[in-house]
Design a protein around this ligand. Structure first.
Ligand code: NAD
Ligand code: UDP
Length: 318
């Protein structure tokens, strides 16, 4: 089916998911919460390139205006500085809900705020989706598996999460966000999608992010395929290529500086010992799998970090 862009609000009229990726059609109105962040800003690029109208809703806690500045002046792009913990009224067809600090350094900074963002923020965006009949996609996380007792992790695994630890604001917050999403799906008939993203890296990542790198930002395509497809999920989106931290440190050494020194430090509390996504479901039902190896992807991120640290703006928005 074809979907026309209308100036007037519509309610429950569309089934945006019936439009296959890549099919030429008039744009949808899409909200991306957290769209000024690392993953969100790449998603915004892709949606605008596809012809959609995009509203970014972001409080700029970890996001940066620079990540979306190249769209300033594009009539299809709008950015609202807004905290999702507060209600908001918008008229849209799809909501990609990403707003949430994703790196442990950031989400531990103010744990109560993190859980409010995950619970109240997700509730508000689901309420918005319900009011306008929009399709809602939640970016959940591999952290819902906690310190997994099953390896690799399949989506049917319920996880092993400490409810009272220093990571719980994020892990349990996302688990509750998934629960809310499914309750709106069952109770209010909302069209929902759930992605469980495994660690992603790439250009525009916060320089102080501090997370281990495993999957290049091409994951964004997985999110779009999930939104447009017919399956609720949850879907693991990640790279099943497994390596130890020492192997990773050596790749980083090879890529950046052979003289860089590797330091061993005590681990942080509740850090999962081992994680590896089983992505059979995403492969079968979404036709998605990661394509960029660490060796190929890492230099792209390194170049972006160098540009930002040393002020060379060339390629800053790749
Ligand atoms: P990020 O920190 O770069 O982006 C998060 C964005 O959300 C930022 O722009 C931030 O300013 C915004 N935000 C935070 N709290 C907000 C609030 N209360 N109101 C409005 N905006 C708010 O992180 P990211 O890596 O781009 O992650 C995006 C999403 O993907 C998150 O939901 C995260 O949990 C999920 N995810 C990411 C990864 C990964 O490896 N990057 C892994 C698993 C899940
Ligand atoms: N909400 C919102 N924008 C909307 C509709 C709802 O931010 O367009 C918020 C609303 O303020 C509430 C939450 O979403 O806090 C849940 O809304 P819902 O209507 O599902 O539940 P209720 O308001 O009945 O608790």
């Amino acid at each position: 089916s074809r979907v026309a862009f209308e100036a007037e609000p519509r309610r429950g009229l569309l089934h945006p998911g019936r439009v296959p990726l890549g099919l030429k059609r008039k744009g949808l109105r899409v909200v991306v919460t957290g769209g000024a962040g690392f993953v969100g800003s790449h998603l915004v690029d892709r949606l605008l390139a596809r012809g959609d109208s995009v509203i970014v809703v972001d409080n700029l806690f970890t996001g940066r205006k620079e990540n979306v500045l190249h769209h300033a002046g594009n009539p299809n792009f709008e950015m609202i500085r807004h905290d999702v913990v507060e209600p908001i009224l918008l008229e849209v067809d799809q909501i990609y809900h990403l707003a949430c600090p994703a790196s442990p350094v950031h989400y531990k900074h103010n744990p109560v705020k993190t859980i409010k963002t995950n619970v109240v923020g997700t509730l508000n965006m689901l309420g918005l989706a319900k009011r306008v009949g929009a399709r809602f996609l939640l970016t959940s996380t591999s952290e819902v598996y906690g310190d997994p007792l099953q390896h690799p992790q399949v989506e049917t695994y319920w996880g092993n999460v400490n409810p009272i630890g220093v990571r719980s604001c994020y892990d349990e917050g996302k688990r509750t966000a998934e629960t809310l999403t499914m309750d709106y799906h069952r109770g209010a008939n909302l069209e929902v999608r759930i992605a469980r993203i495994f660690n992603t890296y790439g250009p525009r990542m916060c320089i102080d992010d501090g997370r281990v790198v495993s999957n290049f930002v091409a994951q964004v395509e997985g999110l779009m395929k999930l939104m447009e497809g017919d399956h609720v999920g949850p879907f693991n989106l990640g790279n099943p290529g497994e390596f130890t931290m020492l192997e990773l440190a050596k790749v980083v050494q090879d890529t950046i500086d052979p003289n860089a020194r590797i330091e061993f430090r005590p681990n942080t509390a509740d850090d999962p010992h081992k994680r590896k996504p089983d992505i059979s479901r995403a492969k079968d039902l979404l036709g998605w799998e990661p394509k960029i190896s660490l060796k190929k992807g890492l230099p792209l991120m390194v170049q972006d970090f160098r540009n930002r640290i040393f002020g060379d703006q060339k390629d800053a928005n790749t």
